[in-house]
Design a protein around this ligand. Sequence first.
Ligand code: HEC
Length: 149
Amino acid sequence: MATATGSNKMRVRSGVGIIGAFVLSLGVIVTAAAPRFHNAPASADQLKNPYAGQAAEAKAGASLFAQNCASCHGSNAQGMANIPALRSGATQSAADGQLFWFITVGEPDKGMPAWGSLPERQRWQIVTYLKSLSSSSSSKTKPVVGSSR
Ligand code: HEC
């Protein structure tokens, strides 16, 4: 008797592809529901940090922060007078893409300069550094209050 196992295998494989596409589209819906940070446009949510969680990039970001940001936000991003802390609060719950967008455009009328003149890589390194200040590198988990430093 002849069998048709070859065509059966093909059918199983395309079924897995459909389920995979469904899971991916669910992920997109969840991402789009992230909270708005400084009225960041929805397109900012789609920007993906190419260096997320990479220690060497965070380290590069730390020196860029010291050069460009610490004078206002404090050497440990703890904030100063009425300038917000970045190691806690809204910055830690914002999506990486929203932070990248905000750093790029700034809010000059409120005293936050635009940093679009810094190369894109350096802006992502700063985002990576800022996210490394919470005890978790993931932007989805809540920051833990009271760090070891
Ligand atoms: C001249 C002072 C100054 C410098 C330099 C500066 N900032 Fe700011 N930044 C501000 C002020 C003021 C605000 C608050 C703006 C507002 O009220 O919307 C702010 C807000 C922010 C916020 C939003 C915080 C929040 O909780 O809403 C982020 C993120 C941020 N700055 C990142 C940076 C980064 C990264 C750099 C360096 C590349 C930088 N800033 C350099 C003054 C500064």
